[in-house]
Design a protein around this ligand. Sequence first.
Ligand SMILES: *[C@@H]1O[C@H](CO)[C@@H](O)[C@H](O)[C@H]1NC(C)=O
Ligand SMILES: *[C@@H]1O[C@H](CO)[C@@H](O)[C@H](O)[C@H]1NC(C)=O
Ligand SMILES: *[C@@H]1O[C@H](CO)[C@@H](O)[C@H](O)[C@H]1NC(C)=O
Length: 303
Amino acid sequence: MKLKKWSLILTIILFIFCIWHLFFRCKFDISSFRSEKVTNLNEFKFVINSKICRKDEFLIAIVCIAVDNFEQRKIIRQTWANFDSIKTVFLLGSSVNKSVNKLVEEENKFYSDIIQQDFIDTYSNLTLKSIMGLQWISLYCPNVKYVLKIDDDVLVNIPFLVSYLKSLKYLDNYYIGSYQIGAPVIRDEQFKWAIFPSDYSSNCYPPYHQGPAYLISGKFAPVLYNISKYTRLFKLEDIYMGILAYQTKTNYVAINGYYLNNPEFSLYQTRQLSRNGKSKIFAFALREEFLAIWQLFKKLINE
Ligand SMILES: *[C@@H]1O[C@H](CO)[C@@H](O)[C@H](O)[C@H]1NC(C)=O
Ligand SMILES: *[C@@H]1O[C@H](CO)[C@@H](O)[C@H](O)[C@H]1NC(C)=O
Ligand SMILES: *[C@@H]1O[C@H](CO)[C@@H](O)[C@H](O)[C@H]1NC(C)=O
């Protein structure tokens, strides 16, 4: 009896703390990103443009990958991207090394799955890549039902993803992923996602989905692309998407339970799950474990 009473009191205290944390301590203000005029001209040109969309595509993956990562593109083509139910393109910036760009051109002659613009391909320019993705979908794939934005170190169980998406009632403004709310802004400069107060002064971010893998409705791409023109750049790509989504009517869908999002444990957890004939849809992977996780996914897909 006594124990019950205490746990009730504890729960109430915890609840009050959470409410306080969300509504009072953690605040975000994105007005400094907005402007009434077009601020983000995005005048980059397509250097390589593979127009692969037909009129009735269901799912297209846009993969963010470093321009010189030829090896990983090969692996992705042979693994999760190798299904009829998905089309895949790779989003690239340009290399400062001309012979890398030359090799990319050759690669594309063979595979026709590369989209490249003429901004320099760096980590800090990742946001430009996602904007390019939104622009490309708007221009060259406007009728696709769903767009999967994904990084090169994430594995997808495509049949599971497709059946999940088919179970949804289609809406024009879906933003689906591993939902983060009240995420604190990191100031510690030892992290690559550290942000100076001069760049963003609030202590929290607006709601967003984790960057390595999220989905939007195809019809949402032009809306977000348009908003991006009025929204100054921010180097964290996933948070920038959250900032764009927050400015319009967005249907947030949280599917956090479908992710293995700690790469350190992904292989271990995939093994555990597959013993019971189960799998998640997404697994963030260490590079050296990518193929091992894929083998386990594949076994389940084929069963
Ligand atoms: C440019 O890229 C080529 C091809 O990958 C490579 O062999 C060469 O070392 C690179 N040059 C420089 C200066 O990084
Ligand atoms: C991003 O790309 C632009 C355009 O090519 C380039 O001027 C700039 O240096 C790049 N930024 C970073 C941080 O690499
Ligand atoms: C683009 O966004 C601006 C600013 O939010 C808005 O005023 C305008 O109507 C939008 N245009 C289209 C075509 O959606």
